[in-house]
Design a protein around this ligand. Structure first.
Ligand code: SR1
Ligand code: MG
Length: 414
């Protein structure tokens, strides 16, 4: 029948045809699309005892419309990623009930009893005691099992070949890993950040470090990634009295550097901290990077004895973890910067009232720069914490990062 773009009214018939819903007299559908790319519908019965989510990839970027075309085949990458995560960390993703490749649609568990982590934090909520640990564990479980430590060499080659995701990788290479450092129509920022945005574009030291991270992103095929692990890709809540954490939206998945997933999460928790700090409500935000790294490291070390290739010795594990750490710090910096002066800003900052928004955004930008250029000097979560505490509150004249950015500008024009 071909690719049909679904509207709310089409969903009951669609679910019925696909064998997911029998009683068409007892179904209510609403659209809850929220992310940048796709449409999402929730279907439920009148008694509220049964519900499903339908996610469909559009042939364009949802928030941009047909002027930014994007192949709907990205849903294949998402379905493949869910299959792999279901093997590695089944308790941390929604249940997937079916994938329809022809219509680029996934039918899955309705998570609407949970809340998107970013929304929860923006509304003044705290992190759950195990939220960040679970995220770190998920990254360890997915990355170990899809790396050369967890799969035979032949199986890995097949996974790498099956997981190429060129269009979405290119989006990341562009919007995260280059555009914020050059003039580009996607970039925009609060006028109170004009000097920093201009300084970053002229900062040759920063640009070279971002170029290195970009090249790592393009060439390092360590393991299958989620690929877009920000706080908008995490749902949190409680079920039967237990904390629940679910990760969704892995359509940017590909075989890449493990530090990209951790770095994206860290960037988003650091920006959530900047928001909380601006509002005088720091709470438990400051500890989340440490907790997620601890969850990742402990789980990776727990899995290590089961590696399929013991030529990788214990000393190599230490070297591997160090590399993942350092790259995560750098990628965190790039994600912070793009979320403030590039494409797809964070509501953590944009919903702050003006003077607070500028101060928190300036701190975030300066922190992002420090994480990129000084990543090799920051060996552990405490050192990142110290940098986050030391970045100036956003005073234009006093900011060290701004002075360095200006120095970069002089260098560039010399
Ligand atoms: C055009 S897509 C923009 C952003 O939305 C997604 O969530 C990714 O973060 C991407 O970079
Ligand atoms: Mg998404």
């Amino acid at each position: 029948m071909g690719y049909r773009i679904l509207d709310t009214d089409d969903v009951p018939g669609y679910l019925n045809e696909r064998g997911h819903w029998d009683d068409l007299d007892d179904i209510h559908v609403r659209e809850v699309s929220d992310g940048n790319l796709n449409r999402v519908f929730l279907a439920s019965d009148g008694a509220g005892t049964r519900s499903l989510a339908v996610k469909q990839a559009l042939p364009w970027v949802r928030v941009a419309g047909p002027s930014w075309p994007l192949s709907p085949d990205r849903s294949d990458a998402e379905a493949r990623a869910y299959e792999q995560i279901a093997k590695a960390a089944p308790d941390k993703i929604p249940a997937i009930h079916g994938y329809d490749a022809e219509n680029h649609a996934l039918v899955m568990e309705d998570l609407s009893d949970l809340t998107v982590l970013r929304t929860h934090l923006n509304e003044g909520g705290s992190y759950g005691p195990s939220t960040s640990v679970r995220i770190g564990e998920l990254v360890a479980q997915l990355s170990f099992t899809t790396s050369d430590f967890g799969m035979s060499s032949a199986d890995r080659k097949a996974l790498v070949a099956a997981s190429v995701n060129p269009e979405l990788c290119k989006i990341t290479e562009d919007v995260v890993l280059s555009e914020p450092y050059v003039e580009h129509e996607h970039n925009h920022w609060h006028p109170g950040l004009d000097d920093l945005a201009a300084g970053f574009r002229a900062d040759s030291r920063l640009r070279t470090e971002v170029a290195e991270l970009r090249h790592v992103f393009m060439t390092s095929g360590q393991a299958l990634l989620h690929g877009d692990l920000h706080t908008g890709s995490v749902m949190v809540g409680r079920r039967d009295g237990e904390e629940v954490v679910r990760v969704f939206d892995p359509e940017f998945s590909f075989v890449g550097p493990v530090g990209f997933d951790l770095g994206l999460y860290w960037a988003n928790v650091l920006v959530s901290e900047a928001r909380a700090h601006a509002l005088g409500a720091d709470g438990d935000h400051a500890d989340q990077l440490r907790l997620s790294w601890a969850g990742f490291e402990a789980e990776f070390r727990r899995l290590w004895p089961a590696r399929v290739d013991t030529f990788f010795d214990d000393a190599y594990l230490e070297r591997f973890l160090r590399r993942v750490w350092t790259e995560s710090v750098g990628f965190a910096g790039t994600e912070i910067i793009r979320r403030v002066i590039g494409f797809a800003h964070l509501t953590d900052l944009t919903t702050l009232p003006d003077p607070l928004q500028v101060a928190a955004s300036r701190r975030s930008l300066l922190l992002g720069r420090e994480l990129i250029v000084r990543r090799a000097e920051l060996p552990d979560p405490e050192s990142v914490r110290a940098v986050a505490r030391q970045v100036p509150a956003g005073n234009r004249e006093a900011s060290a990062g701004n002075r360095e950015a200006s120095a970069g500008k002089r260098e560039a024009s010399a």
